[in-house]
Design a protein around this ligand. Structure first.
Ligand SMILES: [Cu+2]
Length: 197
């Protein structure tokens, strides 16, 4: 049982590790482990259809050798019904995928014609107010860390673990109005931008 619990900690690390857990529990006959209360569900990454290259080139650049990626997130982008958007997408429809261990820089821009100020942060889930990784937000993203129309601020972080969460604006009411994208860290070979498949 001790071994099983130790293995379970690795369940979130990869699908392959999860398979090891299944095999180990099956081999030991300890089939109850998978239904223990409080155990984390296996991490399932979100399937996405790639954005058009003309879109990607505006919002993502990366260096595979250096393992660095730079995303430009435009808050309150014009031309869509919901102003609570990033790059025109809301309610998690935009899927940002980053390879584990890459250094990620985010340019958090408020559109020059934005109606509102906005902030940017990577968080674990709905209404979480703290960044999911050290440095993964503007400073004080619920308060004074916002960007105003035409303004740009940046932050850099290196996500070291598999993750599925949100890239959200943390100003009051904005995330609830749809101002979040899906943000995930996976074993992908390169970063990407897509929409939920
Ligand atoms: Cu906002």
């Amino acid at each position: 049982m001790q071994t099983t619990l130790a293995l379970r900690r690795f369940q979130v690390n990869s699908i392959g590790a999860a398979l090891v857990v299944v095999l180990a529990t099956t081999a030991s006959g300890c089939t109850g482990a998978a239904t223990q209360p409080g155990s984390p569900p296996p991490l399932a990454t979100v399937a996405a259809s790639p954005l058009a290259p003309t879109q990607v080139s505006q919002w993502l650049s990366f260096d595979a050798a250096a393992k660095t990626a730079t995303f430009t997130m435009v808050a309150d982008a014009q031309g869509v019904d919901n102003r609570y958007n990033f790059n025109g997408y809301s309610h998690g429809s935009l899927v940002i995928t980053v390879p584990r261990g890459w250094m990620v820089t985010v340019h958090c821009n408020d559109d020059p014609l934005a109606a509102y100020a906005h902030s940017c942060a990577v968080v674990s889930g709905a209404e979480s107010k703290t960044s999911a990784f050290p440095g993964a937000s503007l400073p004080d993203p619920t308060g004074s860390g916002y960007v105003s129309a035409g303004e740009s601020k940046s932050f850099t972080f290196t996500p070291g673990a598999p993750f599925v969460g949100r890239f959200a604006c943390l100003l009051i009411g904005h995330e609830a109005a749809g101002m979040w994208a899906t943000f995930q860290v996976s074993n992908a070979s390169q970063p990407s931008l897509g929409t939920r498949a």
